[in-house]
Design a protein around this ligand. Structure first.
Ligand code: B12
Length: 219
């Protein structure tokens, strides 16, 4: 069983899309849960790629190939992760902030939220502040979820919080932030409502925000 996950991790890291899809199907057929596939194959693949990228052992193009393979594996899991539970538990508008093109983690968060019964409006990557504001006015989401993977785009989160206040929208929407460089301390500093480290925590936190509960991940 572990062998399939190791092979899946290797397929993602080397950008082998078809093998990544086959291994994901094989894992699911062996009864391995999606949570385990994400935690034991997808996350370690990107941790490893991140380290190699940092030391210049691999290039952005290699990581792009790996991202394609990861998205292919996620595509296989999507029907399970996003299995709807019927009526909507709330609306979440989500996007990766301006200047940032990372979306693998955001897309996993989306699948998990959809699978937990939330209606998700995906605004995509490199989303300008105005687009977040327009989405709040148009869709009236309960929660605005912001993703940032780069330290250079972290100030965008702060900027969006300021614009929400300026536009008189802050009390209408709860804000959750996440992504590798984001911390609970930073969420507190910019007065976001919640912070979460991964897709599982994110889903629990959104549940707390929608129901006005103070939870483990609310600030
Ligand atoms: C894949 C990747 C890319 C791909 C992205 C492809 C894609 N479609 O996403 C590509 C090749 C495009 C890329 C480009 C770049 N990247 Co890059 N990239 C990565 C890498 C290796 C993995 C990120 C990833 O997908 N992880 C897997 C997912 C599942 O995890 P995750 O994103 O963290 O998401 C989880 C949580 O964070 C959380 N989460 C995420 N979003 C949200 C949102 C909310 C609301 C919540 C609650 C939770 C949440 O839940 C997710 C699921 O569990 C990281 C290294 C790393 N270890 O993070 C570097 C990394 C983020 N990149 C980095 C850099 C420097 C770059 C480039 C500048 C490189 C360059 N020289 O061009 C460009 C920037 C492009 C841009 N403008 O955005 C640096 C950032 C350094 C920093 N501190 O700012 C990192 C850390 C690599 C490194 N060690 O140097 N990259």
């Amino acid at each position: 069983m572990e062998k399939i996950l190791i092979e899946l991790q290797q397929a993602i890291e080397s950008g082998e899309t078809q093998i990544a899809m086959d291994k994901t199907k094989e894992a699911l057929n062996h009864g391995i849960r999606t949570e385990k596939i994400i935690q034991t194959a997808i996350n370690p693949a990107f941790k490893d790629l991140g380290q190699k990228m940092f030391v210049g052992e691999i290039y952005v193009t290699d990581v792009l190939m790996a991202s394609r393979a990861a998205h292919a594996a996620m595509y296989v899991m999507e029907p399970i992760l996003s299995r709807s539970t019927g009526t909507s538990r709330g609306i979440v508008a989500i996007g990766t902030v301006a200047g940032d093109l990372h979306d693998i983690g955001k897309n996993l968060v989306i699948m998990m939220l959809q699978g937990s019964g939330y209606t998700v409006i995906d605004l995509g990557i490199d989303v300008p502040t105005e687009t977040f504001i327009d989405a709040i006015r148009m869709h009236k989401p309960h929660v605005l979820a912001l993703s940032s993977l780069l330290t250079t785009t972290l100030p965008e989160l702060d900027n969006i919080m300021d614009v929400l206040v300026e536009q008189g929208l802050r009390s209408q929407v709860k804000v959750i932030i996440g992504g590798a460089p984001v911390t609970a301390e930073y969420a507190g500093r910019i007065k976001a409502d919640a912070y979460a480290d991964d897709l599982f925590e994110a889903t629990e936190a959104v549940g707390d925000l929608v129901n006005n509960r103070i939870g483990k991940y609310t600030i």
